[in-house]
Every structure is written in structure tokens, then in C-alpha cells.
Design a protein. Structure first.
Length: 263
């Protein structure tokens, strides 16, 4: 899953793709670099960020999705927790909703996903939008995350969303200290009993900079380490900024572990 932030304040790309023309060019580049899914977001969720208005989020993402209609072969995911943004993005051509709240923030969002027959990524997080990154340490991180994900899954199924449409994400860095994020990566396979495809989004996260050299190169190599560990532990999808490099990494791991031919 390749990341496209159409925001002026992303922690990672510094608003490089806030301009719509640049965003479209980057989206096509992400596909050419080997992404299987394009994830478009119009609001930064980095630590210290503030929510944007619903209208502003819509302005940022819908025109980009519309412009990509017919130009991309891979499905588009909309990174939002708002039902109206999800609805208009799906109408514009998106096929997946990536919700950082796991259906906790907007009670109308499950109905939109069901109505469109969309895929959905349910991410574990704690607190509301303003306190996502201000949470106290968890007493039993793996258990609390598993319980939270199961609650999101139950919510989705009760809303009529088919099980085949659901992907789960333990939410690396969201309401989690660096040591908790590392614990999740160390125990990715512990989520197998939930029996849903697992997405890991560790790309360029701050915990990587605390381990080694905190520079663009350090975050790239640190991301590669996190992605490799996640895949070897059973992750099905990795959400990344550096698509070309991580595509190669994942293809080599797959070839070694499963005998798959290179792309």
C-alpha cells in the first residue's frame, strides 16, 4: 500500500504533494513503483497535528481521486475517519476506507462502507482525534490491542459489512510508546487468531528515529527493517512511503520464503 499525503503538514513528506498536479504525478509514480493499493489522505495524523475541517479534507482528496479515475489500475484507498469524506471519495472512485479510529469516531461510517460494498482497514488507536498521541502506557499492550481490534471487527460485522472486506491494523505509533510499537512488531503473529488480513504501517515512524540515525536515510533503512520483520512475522499488507525500495524488499522475502517468482 503506497502512501499519498495531500496535506501541507505531513510529518514525512513535508507537503510535497499538496499541489494537485504533483499529487497526481506522485500517484502514478507510486503505481509504477509497484504498489498494489494507493492510500490517499487529506489530514495529517502525526503527533502535534490538528484536525482540518470536513470541507477542507474533501477539497484535498476528492478532486485528486476524480483526476485519477481511469488513469490507475490499482485500487484507491481513502484514509479518513469521516463518513461524508468516505462517501464522496467512494463516489469519486475509491474502493477502500482506511479508518484510523476503527469505527470509533463516526457512527455513520460503517453504514457507508456497507452501502458501497467497500473494503475497510480497521486500525487500533486510543483516545479521540485530539488525544491520539497523548495516551498513557498500556498495562498489557498486545491484549488491549487485540481486544480493541475485535471490538472494531464486531462493529463492522454487526453493521452488515462482509468479513471478506475487512483488514485489521494494530496501529503502530498511534497511542503507543516506542517500546509498545516494537512489541507489536515483535509479535505480529499473535494477531493470527483474529483471522483477518493484517496491515502494518511502520513507515518512517518516530520510533525508528529513536533506534538509529534520525535522518531521511535512517528512517528509510529503519523502515526496511520494520517491514522485513512484519512480513516475516505474517503481515499481509505493508503501508509505506518508499514504494520502490519496499516492493523489492518484499518480493525478495517472498521469493526466499515461499518460492515466488520475482515480479
Amino acid at each position: 500500500m503506497g502512501i499519498l499525503n495531500v496535506t501541507p503538514d505531513s510529518f514525512s513528506d513535508g507537503g510535497q504533494f499538496f499541489d494537485r498536479v504533483k499529487a497526481i504525478d506522485r500517484a502514478l509514480q507510486i503505481e509504477n513503483e509497484g504498489a498494489d493499493v494507493l492510500d490517499i489522505g487529506g489530514e495529517s495524523s502525526r503527533p502535534g497535528s490538528t484536525p482540518v475541517s470536513e470541507d477542507e479534507e474533501l477539497r484535498r482528496v476528492v478532486s485528486t481521486i476524480e483526476a485519477l479515475r481511469g488513469k490507475t489500475r490499482i485500487p484507491i484507498s481513502i484514509d479518513t475517519y469521516r463518513s461524508r469524506v468516505a462517501r464522496e471519495a467512494l463516489q469519486a472512485g475509491a474502493e477502500v476506507v482506511n479508518d484510523i479510529s476503527g469505527f470509533r469516531f463516526d457512527p455513520a461510517l460503517p453504514g457507508v462502507v456497507r452501502e458501497f460494498g467497500a473494503g475497510v482497514v480497521l486500525m487500533h488507536s486510543r483516545g479521540d482525534r485530539e488525544t491520539l498521541h497523548l495516551q498513557a502506557p498500556m498495562a498489557s499492550p498486545m491484549q488491549e490491542i487485540a481486544v480493541g481490534l475485535q471490538q472494531s471487527i464486531d462493529h463492522a460485522v454487526q453493521a452488515g459489512i462482509v468479513r471478506e472486506s475487512i483488514v485489521i491494523d494494530p496501529g503502530i505509533g498511534f497511542g503507543k510508546r516506542a517500546e509498545e510499537s516494537l512489541l507489536v512488531l515483535r509479535n505480529v503473529d499473535a494477531f493470527r487468531p483474529l483471522q483477518y488480513p493484517l496491515l502494518i504501517g511502520a513507515s518512517r515512524k518516530s520510533f525508528i528515529g529513536r533506534i538509529g540515525l534520525d535522518s531521511p536515510e535512517g528512517r528509510l533503512w529503519g523502515t526496511a527493517g520494520a517491514v522485513a520483520a512484519a512480513v516475516l512475522k505474517g503481515a499481509h499488507i505493508v503501508r509505506v512511503h518508499d514504494v520502490r525500495q519496499m516492493r523489492t524488499l518484499v518480493d525478495v522475502i517472498d521469493a526466499i520464503m515461499e518460492g515466488n517468482e520475482a515480479r
